[in-house]
Design a protein around this ligand. Structure first.
Ligand SMILES: [Zn+2]
Length: 348
């Protein structure tokens, strides 16, 4: 039985069911050792998402959490004193967060922050995190076809995730800004989600791996990457074996997403890595397993994550968590408060 950490999951909205039992079901069914919940400010602020994650961790302490920075003024020139990106990072770490998640490299968010991942206030954050050795998980870009209406899939068009109207940065600009973060902070413990959307140009990853010792990518879909693994089997077989210490397993599944999908993907990836059986992945063709040795499979399924983030999740400081909720209550909606109040009574 493999030990598994799902390094990239979300609670993206308040639901009408219990988010704690939602994850219990997945963890129990697939025998997941630990999960890492990451802030995702789509339907709520980073503050409200951080609070949800904190409560989940209080309920299930064997959980890692990566919080998000609330960008109080956007574009991000004037973050208020005491609430700069660095201040917020330090607060989250003191509460018991295990790392930081940034969505600011997704084209929609990137546009909102003023199209600059190398802004001084973010540079100050990377610098501090590099110094502390804290893990940063970033979503950067989207599949390159999202910049081309002829190639973009319908679901992406429906989500508003196409970037052809001239108001968004290009794929290359966002990519290059991310590489610049590594150039400026070469020891930063940076994981870029979704294989950095580089499965068609993996030599880019090979170059970055050779230059930056703490740079990793995760294997959360983009299903297109699994199709590329299938098409270039021999290349990727040697890539995975060579870089098993730079690849991290995760599903990117969310509370109130499709539970069956989480289990399906879990089985696709574990079969692909650790066996030589074939499995149907994101197209109708067969993805042949890499049959990697146990130590290399372990790197990807949990050991790389543990080395970067910690063997155990950090404990929560209830007093500091409560102070955070009070300090940032201005960012909460009525719906947030309605949901947070009973959680505070139960856990704080
Ligand atoms: Zn995600």
């Amino acid at each position: 039985m493999n030990k598994i950490i799902d390094s990239h999951m979300h609670i993206s909205k308040w639901g009408d069911t219990d988010f704690i039992s939602f994850f219990d079901d997945y963890r129990n069914k697939e025998n997941i050792h630990a999960i890492n919940l990451c802030a995702i400010p789509f339907k709520m602020s980073n503050v409200s998402n951080n609070i949800m994650l904190g409560f989940y961790k209080l309920a299930r302490p064997n959980t890692y959490v990566h919080g998000g920075i609330e960008l109080i003024n956007v574009p991000i020139d004037n973050m208020p004193k005491g609430m700069t990106a660095v201040d917020q990072y330090k607060e989250l770490m003191e509460i018991g967060f295990d790392g930081i998640k940034m969505l600011e490299g997704k084209p929609t968010e990137h546009k909102r922050i003023g199209k600059n991942l190398n802004h001084p206030s973010l540079n100050a954050l990377y610098k501090e995190m590099e110094k502390d050795g804290t893990h940063l998980l970033m979503h950067v870009n989207d599949p390159d076809e999202f910049w081309d209406l002829k190639r973009a899939p319908e679901w992406a068009i429906n989500c508003g995730w196409t970037y052809t109207d001239g108001t968004y940065s290009s794929y290359e600009e966002i990519h290059n800004q991310t590489v610049k973060i590594l150039e400026d902070y070469p020891n930063l413990s940076l994981t870029v989600a979704h294989f950095f959307f580089c499965s068609k140009e993996p030599d880019i990853l090979e170059r970055l791996f050779s230059l930056y010792p703490n740079f990793c990518v995760d294997l959360t879909p983009g299903g297109e990457m699994y199709v590329e693994f299938e098409k270039n089997y021999d290349y990727y077989k040697s890539f995975f074996n060579k870089y098993s210490n730079r690849l991290i397993f995760g599903t990117d599944c969310s509370y109130l997403g499709d539970e069956e999908y989480a289990s399906w993907l879990f089985n696709v990836v574990t079969t692909f890595l650790g066996t030589d059986k074939s499995v149907i992945s994101f197209d109708d063709k067969e993805l042949k397993g890499l049959g990697m040795t146990q130590d290399k499979t372990d790197n990807i399924l949990f050991a790389n994550f543990e080395r970067r983030v910690g063997k155990e999740p950090k404990p929560m400081d209830k007093k500091k968590f409560k102070a955070y909720i009070e300090k940032y209550s201005f960012a909460l909606t009525d719906e947030d408060i309605k949901n947070i109040t009973p959680l505070m009574e139960k856990y704080l």
